[in-house]
Ligand binder design. Sequence first.
Ligand SMILES: [Zn+2]
Length: 339
Amino acid sequence: MGLLAGENKAEVVPEPAERVVLKKFHTARYLHTLKDAAEGKFEPDALGMGIGTPDCPVFSGMYDYSAWACGATLTGANLILSGQVDAAFNPSGGLHHAMPERAAGFCYMNDVALACTVLAEAGKRVLYLDVDVHHGDGVVYAFYDRSDVMTISFHETGKMLFPGTGFEDEIGAGQSKGYCVNVPLPIGTYDEAYMKAFNAIAAPLIKAFEPDVFVFELGADALAGDPLAHLHLTNNVYADIISTLRGFDKPILATGGGGYHIGNTVRAWALAWTILAGGEDKHDMSIGVGGVISESTEWQGGLRDRMLVVSKQQQEFVTSAIDTTIEKIKNAVFPIHSL
Ligand SMILES: [Zn+2]
């Protein structure tokens, strides 16, 4: 589709993240154990670090793959810091579940936590926005006591889905209370309800925080048809959010994340990049069927998903849950920011 090159666009070859950089988030002990496991030396404490579990199996090249994925996100962060670009996208990144000393949820190294760290070290106020269907726990808890990095995570409620965290009352600790925002969503959440929550919570908080840069974890597993989750979104939500972020006129470092319906995920990220790069979806003129509606990967109708039908029952259930969540967050967080 010509999205990787052209006026004001380029594909950049990343460098793998160096060990010294990885240690800004991960412990030396963990990195050592991970590298050993990748080379076939499985240490007894590896399992305790989540290495070799069903979600995070051992495979050769696992260390290098993770270091490359982190390196790509950090390459984007550095291009933004040097002022060379105002948007960068690493679809291989967004490994938000990795903890300092634990692999979790298909994530071995946390590129997004590292990027937020590097940007904050450069003196930037960082707004981390996570729209992956799973709670962005690894990043959220890394900055739980810091007010220079605000984290906002929209996700399917932890009552239904891994990792089981990210409720409205998790708002940060001590001086940073109010700089951690969690928006749990009910099953069946659809576009209009999602954007209602986004506009009611994220938009005013971003405005109040006045970030210098966005780190945007764009997992596509919140789309309808994803086999691992239960939300009911179309990719128009991602397009709308990116348009809103672009309106703040600050650099955006975007990454991929989850997304287990491959066809829908690829299309969502292609659309996201189109809009991030400042273009509109010009391929959207034909009328098509398929995509999220039929969960077909043989989509011929442009990048945007067609509207989904929402039943009255679904509408009532979702709206009532989301209204309660919005109220809880407004009460707990908004006064801290004089909103
Ligand atoms: Zn996910």
